[in-house]
Design a protein around this ligand. Structure first.
Ligand code: FRU
Length: 450
């Protein structure tokens, strides 16, 4: 089948990653090397539902146009291949490098087995000396024995100050641990920590506050899209905040950030699994989120994580519909004349006399309740931030997903949906009184498959 046919099925996202065929869940092994973003993904190469976990693999020059290449890491006698991360071993600490270029090293969970030999979950390595195209499992696997429960999802980061690799690992319940290694092969336990309410898929990295490199916080991230900010001394993470929520939608899960983004770029980039989407009669199942840039900003309530779609998305903007200073009266929706289905929407509204306002997205109601101070979609609500009284939203809309970013990204919500039959793909409304749309720009996006 020609690629165009394969990627143009009714419910195929047009600028979010999906596997050509079959199941995916968590993003894995996110690493940048030599001009390519790598996206490995939990994959069932043989079925439309979860199972036979393998690392699928795609590469992209720009985080949007992904080319799926051959599966990277396949099940073996230690188990199927669960989630994990990848790094560039610049200093050849692991000794895996064969040529003149550094090896890419992946660290994943070997998910054990019940029979014939019962084996628990352990952590293993694989490496590549050809820019990620082929992978060899380390002969000494596993590199970290079973610790507890279904321990899993190792995330690696190089810690320059103590010249060691750090592994953040999920243990059990809400418990996580940090391990350290000089050579990727031998790991020592450094500390334990609890992230109340969270489980699975940790991430752990420093971020500058308000872009000031001299003021850095470490961020510990849990699978459910919550995080804590704190300090790290090379052994232990000491939280300075309670657990905070970064993902407030119904479908964002198991996010991971890219390793080895060049210093000249300097961004911390993250992608999530949009857990729970429905794709009836499609050859694939599940999709990734739009990649976002993570920043820490000082807000009224303290330093908080903000998530914002990567600037590369703007390259897909093809046409725009612009409205300024439009009165929005109840019963008189603002309808950009479009038959499109892929949008990047920038909306700023002064609520004025309205008690509620929102956007019909393919017949589904994204509603800001101004009396309650909430924003909701498909039954999920979150506190709505306002900028000098205004509601400031960015909506990223693909065939089967809506991602909402409020103000500067201090609120983000990821949703999957199946479009309903609607007269208009988009309409902005007010209720209870008139509002004023100070600015609305509806960008129609191009598919990455055209
Ligand atoms: C999270 C998760 C991980 C695990 C993987 C298995 O969605 O359960 O903890 O490694 O998926 O596919």
């Amino acid at each position: 089948m020609a690629p165009v046919d394969l990627y143009d099925e009714t419910h195929r996202p047009q600028f979010h990653f999906t596997p050509q065929r079959n199941w995916t869940n968590d993003p894995n092994g996110l690493v940048w090397y030599a001009g390519e973003y790598h996206l490995f993904f939990q994959h069932n190469p043989r079925g439309i539902r979860w199972g036979n976990m393998t690392w699928g693999h795609a590469v992209s020059p720009d985080l949007l146009h992904w080319q799926q290449v051959r599966d990277a890491i396949e099940p073996d006698e230690l188990g199927t291949i669960f989630s994990g991360s990848a790094v560039v071993d610049w200093r050849n600490t692991g000794g895996f490098q064969t040529g003149s270029e550094p090896a890419l090293v992946a660290c994943y969970t070997s998910a054990g087995s019940e029979a014939p030999t019962p084996r628990p979950f352990t952590q293993s390595l694989a490496y590549s000396n050809d820019r990620g195209r082929t992978w060899t499992k380390y002969a000494g696997n596993p590199v970290l024995d079973h610790v507890r429960g279904a321990n899993r999802d190792p995330k690696l980061i190089w810690h320059e100050a103590t010249a060691q690799w750090i592994m953040a690992l999920y243990l059990d319940g809400h418990d996580y641990a940090l391990y350290g290694s000089r050579n990727l092969r031998a790991w020592q336990h450094l500390s334990d920590l609890v992230l109340p309410g969270a489980s699975e898929c940790p991430d752990f990295f420093p971020l500058a506050v308000d872009g000031r490199a001299e003021e850095e916080r470490w961020l510990f991230w849990g699978g459910n899209g919550t995080y804590a900010l704190g300090t790290f001394d090379g052994r232990a993470f000491t939280p300075q905040t309670e657990v905070l929520r970064a993902e407030s939608g119904a479908n964002g899960y198991a996010a991971q950030s890219w390793s080895d983004i060049p210093a000249s770029d300097g961004r911390r980039l993250q992608v999530s699994w949009m857990n729970g989407g429905k794709y009836p009669a499609m050859p694939f199942n599940q999709q990734m989120s739009i990649p976002v840039e993570l920043t820490l900003r000082t807000l009224a309530e303290g330093v908080r994580l903000c998530r914002w779609p990567v600037r590369e998305l703007e390259q897909l903007r093809a046409w725009k519909h612009v409205f300024r200073d439009e009165e929005l009266a109840p019963g008189r929706d603002l309808v950009p004349g479009t038959g499109g289905e892929l949008f990047d929407v920038e909306l700023e509204v002064d609520p004025a006399a309205a008690t509620a306002l929102g956007v019909w997205v393919r017949g589904l109601d994204l509603c800001c309740d101004l009396e309650q101070g909430t924003i909701s979609f498909l039954g999920r609500s979150a506190p709505l931030p306002r900028r000098e009284g205004r509601v400031v939203l960015r909506l990223v809309i693909d065939r089967t997903s809506l991602e909402v970013f409020a103000d500067q990204g201090q609120l983000s919500m990821s949703f999957c949906f199946l479009p309903e039959a609607a007269d208009q793909p988009l309409a902005v409304y007010a209720r209870g009184g008139a509002a004023r749309v100070t600015r609305l720009v509806v960008h129609e996006l191009q598919s990455v498959w055209r």
